[in-house]
Design a protein around this ligand. Structure first.
Ligand code: GAR
Length: 210
């Protein structure tokens, strides 16, 4: 059983999707910790209802960035975390934290990286950029986190068609449905030690994209 920490800032629908698959017995892991910068988000509400340990780390509570970074590291190490899932977490992780958990931090991005990623590309901004670009497809990406925003090695993607009639909102809805499939699938593979690194590229063994 892998011990999972989920980092969240918003509604937490990806967190809920992973938790749901765990409850169903489809993932051999347990969410033992939720970390958020936002005490009032839906994800924290959900953690409370489900009695999942949650810790708020933000500038208001800990104005000193060093204190915040130390607390983040200490909390994860003390809880013996095996896997960290960034599920709509809108804060940059400190470099020493990323190093400590190399190839153990997964991020979900609402677009087909490496396109439409990097600083400023999050949430609806990604979908607006896709619509403005005239691209015919979009999708979701799960990747390992490195020191650069949205840059780490891609593990898996799912694609969806973008139609003439689509808006940023309708693409967001379609992509979110894919995210709720893709993220739990990758978490499941991680928990079964089925993500291998081949020629510096992660790959899920026995994974069928459809
Ligand atoms: C998701 O669409 C996720 O891909 C995105 O934030 C949303 C969170 O929704 N993450 C990013 O944009 C990170 N760059 P949720 O709180 O309902 O899971």
């Amino acid at each position: 059983m892998k011990k999972i920490a989920v980092f969240v800032s918003g509604g937490g629908s990806n967190f809920k999707a992973i938790h749901h698959q765990i409850i169903q017995g489809n993932i051999s892991g347990e969410i033992v910790l939720v970390i958020s910068n936002n005490p009032n988000c839906g994800a924290i509400e959900y953690a409370k209802i489900n009695s999942i340990k949650h810790v708020i780390i933000n500038e208001t509570r800990y104005p000193n960035s060093r204190t915040r970074n130390e607390l983040l590291m200490e909390t994860c190490i003390r809880t013996e975390i095996d896997l960290i899932c960034l599920a709509g977490y809108m804060k940059m992780l400190p470099p020493n934290f990323v190093k400590q958990y190399e190839n153990k931090i997964l991020n979900i991005h609402p677009g087909l990286l490496p396109e439409f990623g990097g600083k400023g590309f999050f949430g609806m901004r990604v979908h607006e950029a896709v619509i403005n670009s005239g691209k015919k497809e979009s999708g979701a990406t799960v990747h390992f986190v490195d020191e650069i925003y949205d840059h780490g090695p891609i593990i898996a993607q799912k694609k969806v068609e973008v139609l003439e009639s689509d808006t940023a909102e309708s693409v967001a809805t379609k992509v979110l449905i894919l995210e709720h499939e893709l993220f739990p699938e990758v978490v499941k593979a991680f928990c079964e030690n089925k993500i291998i690194i081949e020629n510096n590229k992660p790959k899920i063994v026995e994974y069928n994209e459809n």
